[in-house]
Design a protein around this ligand. Structure first.
Ligand SMILES: *Cc1c(COP(=O)(O)O)cnc(C)c1O
Length: 359
């Protein structure tokens, strides 16, 4: 027997979730966002599953983009942070990649580039996220400069929403965007998952769904993934490898932060923070044992966590445990741990063996 910790990646869920994105997209085309190793699901695996359904792939790393090309993927590839140094630009053209241009420095580098092929670019406008993007004035200067460059095949106008999942929404940023691009006839790219699902006015040009493809809700406090028709693409599972019977007053785990107030049966799960389970998940974080919901108790350690077996009398060594995924929404685990599903999925550790399924 090997250590029973596994991540099962359901390729049919990835495909089904992209179909849900498509239902919401109207006439918009879809970049499948597969940055961060496809949010922990595996870059090549996700690209292979989504190949015939997505209009293109969006990611960050030039080496990953080239690896996709070398693996035979021919669809458009968008590099969300663009290029970092001028010597990357010929590689972009050679491999047919689309960089995001978000600084005047990048425009300058393009101006002096000698390219083997023409390059489509995305020009990013800062409409209030205040992370990447040109101001409205810089944007006009950049657009004028790019228009004169023979190496630029096309320009798409892009922005990114800060509050698409929240009360504040996107209307305030859309107003700034529409004002900045007034009179421009280029294609646009606006929506992340949250905007795609919530705001019909953002379904223009090329949408950029990420988290929803992996079966997680972009706004779990308002609407669950299940209610949105999304299915978990990753299930992190393990088993109980030991059981402890605690007397009242016994403490458990590092620091003894949990004390049994009455006699308790505790299951020890072979999964810890070195597998990607969040160390800051407190006592009470939901978890499935033998298909039944219970809670974690005590401090998460590197290789193990402890669970309350109260109400699951048939649980014992070898009992199946689902940390998140099928039957245990990652959004609920993330909420209990004070984080978002994105962080949990991306943090899946390389030591966890991955199994692919198809439904
Ligand atoms: C990560 C990212 C997305 C995808 O966002 P989700 O919330 O995962 O849908 C879209 N656009 C940009 C620029 C991003 O960096």
């Amino acid at each position: 027997m090997t250590r029973p910790t596994r991540a099962t990646i359901d390729l049919s869920a990835l495909r089904g979730n992209l179909a849900v994105a498509r239902q919401h997209a109207g006439a918009a085309r879809l970049w499948a966002v597969i940055k961060a190793d496809a949010y922990g699901h595996g870059l090549m695996r996700a690209a292979g599953a989504l190949e015939d359904l997505a209009d293109g792939f969006a990611l960050l790393d030039l080496a990953d983009a080239i690896a996709l090309r070398e693996a035979g993927f021919r669809q458009p590839i968008l590099l969300l942070e663009g290029f970092f140094e001028a010597d990357e630009i010929p590689l972009l053209a050679e491999h047919g990649l689309t960089p995001v241009v978000h600084t005047l420095e990048q425009v300058e580098m393009l101006t002096s580039a000698a390219l083997p092929a023409r390059l489509p670019v995305y020009l990013k406008i800062n409409t209030g996220m205040n992370r990447l993007g040109l101001s409205a004035e810089e944007f006009h200067a950049a657009l004028t400069a790019l228009d004169t460059l023979s190496c630029v095949a096309s320009v798409t106008l892009m922005t990114h929403f800060a509050d698409a999942d929240l009360e504040r929404g996107i209307v305030w940023q859309m107003a700034r965007f529409d004002e900045a691009v007034q009179g421009c006839d280029q294609a646009v790219s606006l929506a992340n998952s949250a905007a795609l699902l919530r705001f019909p006015e953002a379904r223009r040009g090329w949408a950029r769904p990420g988290i929803m493809l992996y079966g997680s809700s972009p706004f779990p406090q308002d609407e669950s993934a299940e209610a949105l028709g999304l299915r978990p693409a990753m299930t992190l599972s393990s088993q109980l490898i030991a059981v402890q019977d605690l007397a009242a007053g016994e403490r458990i785990g590092y620091g003894g932060i949990f004390t049994a107030e009455r006699p308790m049966r505790i299951g020890i799960v072979a999964c810890g923070y070195a597998d990607g389970y969040p160390r800051h998940a407190p006592t009470g974080t939901p978890i499935l044992v033998e298909g039944r919901r219970t809670r974690t108790v005590g401090r998460v350690s590197m290789d193990m966590i402890m669970v309350d077996l109260d109400g699951i009398p048939d649980a014992g060594i070898g009992s199946p445990v689902v940390l998140w995924g099928e039957g245990m929404p990652v959004d609920e685990v993330a909420a209990a741990a004070g984080t978002v599903s994105y962080e949990l999925l991306c943090a899946l550790a390389p030591r966890v063996p991955v199994i692919e399924t198809n439904g």
